[in-house]
Design a protein around this ligand. Structure first.
Ligand code: HEM
Length: 420
């Protein structure tokens, strides 16, 4: 996915001394976007700076159906916002990592003397992450017509007229979304083999197991390395957000001389794991042949049980971080660190939570409405009823994972359970 065209994107500095000095922060030579020409002339204009040739030349509909243009642009808007969220996560993560290695910054935080220059980029980045997840992403999704809105902005009959041209491509293959989930404390969730690979296997001609992880290359193709960045890749910084936040809290606990909290964050409950399994088994036994359904459910049971136990192991290592979270709330409630962690925590809830306006709730309503309208049309016209989705549990899968699976793996677990 990375290409020359976004080469400068990942080279950023949180160092106040670099940011304050134009000659240090600006790219020069070959990388300079606006070189000075002889006679003091310049070449850069709006079109060039924003790469409009590439950006506005990247909409390739498969049909003459007008609504397909809205469908493409909606997904592209989402991906652009995801890109900024991932970048902002890298800024926050780098800042928390740097805080974790500096006893001075931790002492300043406890003394209510934050270094404004150090914190500024992470504060705005965390605010953008929260704003994107609360506002932009759910709003953009609504272009595909949320039935709670007064006017219909996208129509399912029209949708159905081009949707089958795109098989098996879908938003389910958004690798940046999976990376965001990884950054938000869901690495263990992503390790569960859950999703049926048959459609992808059949249409891409690739071999894979019966069910795969949602970030498996059979689903994500060349973007698999975006969802799971290799060590040293720029996106790996974003993927480490959860770990860097915990390291920052640990540093605070050390400087305050706080003892590890013997309780630590709550464990994932076996009963919740079991409920998720039983409910998925029900969906699977309806959706597939009894034998394949039973085998897939068994694999899911094994993987989710193992993932919950790895998650509990991880949480038991967060007792110092939990102590740091108490120190932060008691001794530095107005600090930049507290604001940043609260914003990240709010972003996770806005993206994955069950509130009416969360990203996944709007997505679910849009999806359900598409199915309802198409069914009604099929019944009226006598045409066969089409499927929605890419061969997984479809809409039932979406509702189930949002309610019973994703909540088992919240972001910033050492920090958020303490309440505001
Ligand atoms: C007409 C609009 C849409 C419909 C009908 C739709 C349908 C679906 C369905 C049925 C699934 C479940 C997986 C599957 O069976 O393929 C899914 C998953 C997903 N879709 Fe959409 N979708 C729509 C728009 C979008 C948009 C605009 C995005 C933005 C990137 C998106 C992102 C996702 C993601 C990230 C998942 C995975 C969710 C998870 O695993 O928790 N979808 N979608």
């Amino acid at each position: 996915m990375a290409s020359r065209s976004d080469e400068n994107w990942w080279t950023f500095s949180i160092d106040p001394a670099v940011r304050a000095d134009n000659s240090k922060s600006r790219f020069t030579g070959e990388m300079d976007v606006n070189p000075e020409l002889p006679g003091g002339l310049r070449r850069l204009d709006y079109h060039d700076y924003l790469g409009l040739d590439l950006l506005l030349g990247s909409q390739r509909p498969s049909s003459q159906i007008p609504d397909e243009r809205a469908f493409i642009v909606t997904h592209q808007l989402m991906e652009i916002v995801f890109k900024l969220v991932v970048f902002d996560m890298a800024v926050v993560s780098a800042t928390l990592g740097s805080f974790a290695s500096s006893p001075r910054l931790a002492t300043d935080t406890l003394d209510a003397k934050p270094d404004d220059g150090f914190w500024r980029p992470a504060l705005t980045a965390a605010a953008r992450i929260s704003f994107a997840c609360r506002g932009l992403l759910p709003s953009i999704m609504r272009v595909l017509s949320d039935p709670s809105d007064a006017d219909e902005t996208f129509n399912s009959v029209e949708f159905h007229r081009f949707r089958e041209n795109l098989e098996p491509a879908s938003g389910f293959q958004s690798a940046q979304f999976r990376l965001i989930q990884r950054a938000l404390g869901k690495a263990n969730l992503l390790s569960v083999r859950l999703f049926p690979a048959d459609t992808y296997r059949r249409l891409y001609g690739e071999d894979a197991g019966d069910t795969v992880r949602v970030d498996d290359p059979v689903i994500l193709r060349e973007d698999a390395n975006v969802a799971t960045p290799a060590q040293g890749e720029p996106r790996e910084r974003a993927a480490r957000l959860e770990d860097d936040a915990n390291a920052a809290l640990e540093r605070l606990a050390d400087v305050a001389g706080a003892q590890p909290d013997p309780n630590g964050p709550d464990a994932v409950e076996a009963a919740d794991v079991n409920r998720a399994i039983v409910l998925l088994e029900r969906i699977m036994s309806k959706g597939r042949g009894r034998k394949t359904g039973a085998a897939a459910a068994e694999r899911f049971r094994e993987d989710l049980t193992a993932a919950a136990s790895r998650e509990n192991e991880r949480r038991s290592g967060l007792r110092r971080a939990r102590a740091g979270a108490y120190v932060l709330r008691r001794r530095a409630p107005g600090s930049p660190l507290r604001d940043i962690l609260s914003r990240i925590s709010a972003a996770d809830e806005a993206l994955h939570g069950t509130a009416h306006d969360s990203f996944l709730s709007v997505h679910l309503r849009v999806t359900r409405e598409r199915l309802r309208q198409i069914r009604a049309y099929a019944a009226k016209s006598g045409e066969p009823e089409p499927s929605i989705g890419t061969g997984g549990g479809g809409i039932e899968y979406l509702g189930w994972s949002q309610r019973y699976l994703i909540p088992l793996f919240p972001a910033l677990v050492a920090y958020r359970e303490l309440g505001d």
